[in-house]
Design a protein around this ligand. Sequence first.
Ligand code: IMP
Ligand code: MG
Length: 344
Amino acid sequence: MSNVNRKKEEASTMIADIVLGLSYGDEGKGKVTHHLLKSGDYTHCLRFNGGCNAGHTIYHEGKKFVTHHIPAGVFFGVKSIIGPGCVVNLDQFFKELNELKEGGIDVEDKVFIAQNAHIITSRHMAEDRNDYQIGTTKQGNGPAYRDKYSRQGERAGTVKVLEDYIIDIFTEFHENEETVVLCEGAQGFGLDIDWGDYPFVTSSHCTAAGALLNGIPPQAVRKVYGIAKAYDTYVGAKAFHGKGREYDLMQSVGKEFGATTGRPRQCNWLDMKSLGKAIKVNGVTDVIINKVDVLREMGLWRLRYSTDDRINMTFGNEQSWKQYIKKFLPESLTIQFSDSPERI
Ligand code: IMP
Ligand code: MG
């Protein structure tokens, strides 16, 4: 055997926190990611699934930004990576870079795309425009993932105009001294390709497992932040909106219109059964329930148990509503309620 002078392999010392949606997207993941990044703890921020179907609304230093592809790390000078679990639309990527620059954010050497992420082509977009069955965001997501899995896709690393942004995720995560990555999910458990209400789902993995697919060893996971809203919203073709004026009120008080498509989001009370399931499957350690202020403004405190049974529970006040949620969910969980678009 030749005397090859190779470095001995060390065990991974990587640390990863995951932020993911427990419902149908639009739970306020962007806000939580933005908040966590303020700690200065992280070396990387990773988008682990989805394409420009996602729309993250972020308030940074008093300005409102809506990002679709680029992870929130960019607001804090943290290396921001679009991971191999994602699909990327080139026009949207460059548009977003420009919008961030114009908004005064330094994107130089901060934004990267994994070489093995896939490209959403104009053909994918055209095909998705004809979707009427699922009510997609028409951003070419489904066709792009289909082509990835049928091995007909185009990887980001082969695209000339992306040259300056391409990285190898293994080198980045595992051959750097210290990697502490915040993984930012898109969509949510109810839209997950495997766990959602198929076929009314997106085409990617929105779960903690979906984050791991991006080169993150299971042992690296420290915290899993599961994000929900005080009520559920869903955008898509299936019927979800409750019947009665209170649901319309919820939509208008909560300003529930899509960040990507402008479509009104269907509204219903928070389903405790599916929330509990999402927490279990994702190994959630911390739950953040956003937009409690909306129910406060409505003056109604209700929860559901199971989409099928439509059993609504009514509470006399905010306190008893919160108490019920705390009692219902596992004791080991940290539960936080938020009532501000800018803070947790
Ligand atoms: P697609 O991901 O565009 O294929 O859409 C599939 C389903 O996921 C549709 O019901 C979309 O409305 C929904 N969806 C996709 N992305 C988001 C999101 O970021 N927020 C909310 N719903 C989404
Ligand atoms: Mg959104």
